[in-house]
Every structure is written in C-alpha cells, then in structure tokens.
Design a protein around this ligand. Sequence first.
Ligand SMILES: Cc1cc2nc3c(=O)[nH]c(=O)nc-3n(C[C@H](O)[C@H](O)[C@H](O)COP(=O)(O)O)c2cc1C
Length: 197
Amino acid sequence: MKVVTLFGSPRVNGNTARLAKEFNNTAESSGADVQSFVLNKMNFKGCQHCEACKTKIDNCVLKDDLTEVLDAVKKTDILVLATPIYFADITAQLKTFVDRCYSYLEPYEHKGRPDTSRISGDKKLVLITAQNASDELFPEVCEKYRMIFRLLGFEESHLIRGCDLMKADGLKTKNREDLIGLARETASKLIKEVRYN
Ligand SMILES: Cc1cc2nc3c(=O)[nH]c(=O)nc-3n(C[C@H](O)[C@H](O)[C@H](O)COP(=O)(O)O)c2cc1C
C-alpha cells in the first residue's frame, strides 16, 4: 500500500510539515510505503496548456521534477497534500502541481462526457492545511480542492485543518496536540481501510 505526500510549504519544519510527518510516521509504522516530495526544493514549470496530453500522449509532455511526482501520484493509494493557506488559497508550489494534474484528464470527447480521469477512482486524498485565521475562514479552499481531486479520481477525502495557529504559537504549544492526534488517527484509520479493501 502506497502513500505519496507532497509538502507544499517552503518551511520544512513548519506547521503543515509537522502534521504531514506525523501522518507519514504513523502510515509507515502501519506498513505503508511512503514517498515524500518537498515541492519547494524541486524545479518545475506550470501547465503550458499545450494540449499534448489531450491530442498526442496520455501524460504530461513536460519533463521536469514533477514528472516523477505525477507518476507516483497516479499509482498511489493515498495522496497527502500539505499546504499553508497563502492569501486565501494553497501555496503557489502546490497549485503548480495541481495545474499539471490537467494531464490526468482524458480529452473532453472521451466516453462522450467531459472530464474523465485517467486514474482509478478509488484513491483517498488527505488535505492538511494551516492558517493563522480561525476555522470560520477559508473552508471553501478545502472544498474546492476536494472537488478538483474527486474529479481526478480521489473519491474519498479527509481534512486536517490547523486554524488559529498564530494565536497558539503554531504547533509548538501543547494545546494543539489535537491536530497531531488527528493526523495520527487519520493515518492509522486509512491504512487499515486500504489494507482490508
Ligand atoms: C504569503 C503568505 C500569505 C498568507 N496568507 C494567509 C491567509 O490568507 N490567511 C491566514 O490565515 N494565514 C495566512 N498566512 C499564514 C500561514 O498560513 C500560516 O503561518 C501557516 O501556519 C504556515 O504554515 P507552514 O508553517 O506549514 O508554512 C500567510 C502566510 C504567508 C507567508
């Protein structure tokens, strides 16, 4: 069973990285094969909208550091996306990856309906976010990316939203053990589900 984790923050020891590492550690100790990518350390371009993935080949024509990531995500059982909220959205690093996921979609005329994914629909998404604001702000960001990844083949999704992190001094204070616990619990629950399905 495979887990692919994309670290979307430039802060390697930041809040989202901490939660993603907790998820990964639990997944690994439950027997998962975990592959991680730190997007900020990689070189890649955004989608060029060249349509090669719709007219010539069934993957992204660009060859850069995202080539391996796109391939790994295609084969994974669980995808973990960890990102801070930057100006009411995910980071640019992660959004660039999301745009390249356009290559997962079949051409519009495929099967007579638009937006059919080339990857199987039984994958699970875990979206880890962190923000200074309270949980009342930006829930729509998570919903938007859940919807996008449902379309791409990740039918089931789980959220781990770290909110009010400025007030709580990030994840350093003990009162955010709830989030760390949630990351561990989500990992062990999903690994069990994937194993017995
Ligand atoms: C460029 C930038 C934009 C940000 N925009 C927001 C925002 O719109 N709302 C918010 O609540 N926090 C915002 N933040 C704060 C981060 O989301 C917050 O510090 C988060 O915990 C950082 O996660 P990390 O430690 O994983 O990098 C922003 C931070 C930066 C650097």
